[in-house]
Design a protein around this ligand. Sequence first.
Ligand code: PMV
Length: 368
Amino acid sequence: MRTEEITGRKIVQLDEKSIKIGWSAPSNIALIKYWGKRANQLPDNGSMSITLENSSTTTYLFIRKKEKSDGEIGMKYYFHGTLNQKFGKKIDLLLSHLVTEMPFLYDYKLAFHSENNFPHGAGIASSASSMAAAALCLVTLEQIVTKRKRSKTEFFRRASVIARQGSGSAARSIYGGIVTWGTVASLEGTSDQYATPFPLHELSRLKQARDIILIVNAKEKQVSSSLGHAMMAAHPYREGRKNQATNNLSELIKAISEDNYHLVAKIAENEALSLHALLMTSSSGTILLQPNTLQIIEEIKKFRESTGLDLFFTIDAGPNVHLIYFEDQREMVLQFVKEKLIRYCENEHWIDDKIGLGPKLLTPELEF
Ligand code: PMV
């Protein structure tokens, strides 16, 4: 790739025939669940998540200028080297929305090459990390093509808006640490359009958060989250859910700032169980929890009672359990997992993760 020094920094030449842009973006696990949405992927309620460190998607976007613009978007999406129609369709849909504001998309052939670093079929939803990585590549491309330099804050905000349009929870994967998405009256700068990093105080215990993902079943969930969100539209508890999530989020913000981790645990667990209660009471009557999920929950509660530790569980839209604990409890927790929980995991499979720093640019020669 030909580059040129401009004011001490390298930028990509616009007349270049091909460009390669790479980002890795992390997965995240929500403590306050986003469940239900309005038009254009705007959330019914605010949410908050922990960005993970070890579970991420790496995406390279290869761009080649077309000989002649033909009014069509030419895009291919490869996952671990194989053409992936399913996720490709989601990216196609996103690009078709974006093309009015990114008309240059007609001028290039795009190929996304994506890989997850968490095992395939680990039951970790990859749409958040994949969509976040794709959005970061697209905003980098936009910046190169339009020569419009954004501040870092503006750059990541734009990526969060675009990631959100592809997959709601992906909006949060644009940032490290603890992240909120959705307008929260008490948090300046928050919006339904994009996520924002949540400011933790210097000694906050959450900076030491770790996550053990207990894989009860690695199969893809029987209900897509799109369908789950759609079912909320006519859900008899929709209004109640919005109020519950809003209250839980403001209580959680208070509990975090007061370092009240027993309350943090109570709220996070209430959110996980509420998500599943909403699934069960929706028109589809979807049950994603499995007997071993319930066994793990029982064991975690017993362990917490007997040790007084401030750890807790949360669950995504699936049967697997995230055990959230803190660095200083690691030895005790690992022993507990080995002695009491592994037996409930499919093929004794669990994943060791922790709070992470957020996306990484893999092609540092590109200015963004
Ligand atoms: O981003 P989506 O549309 O796949 O929805 C994700 C919803 C949950 O994972 C269940 C909760 C959340 O906030 O991450």
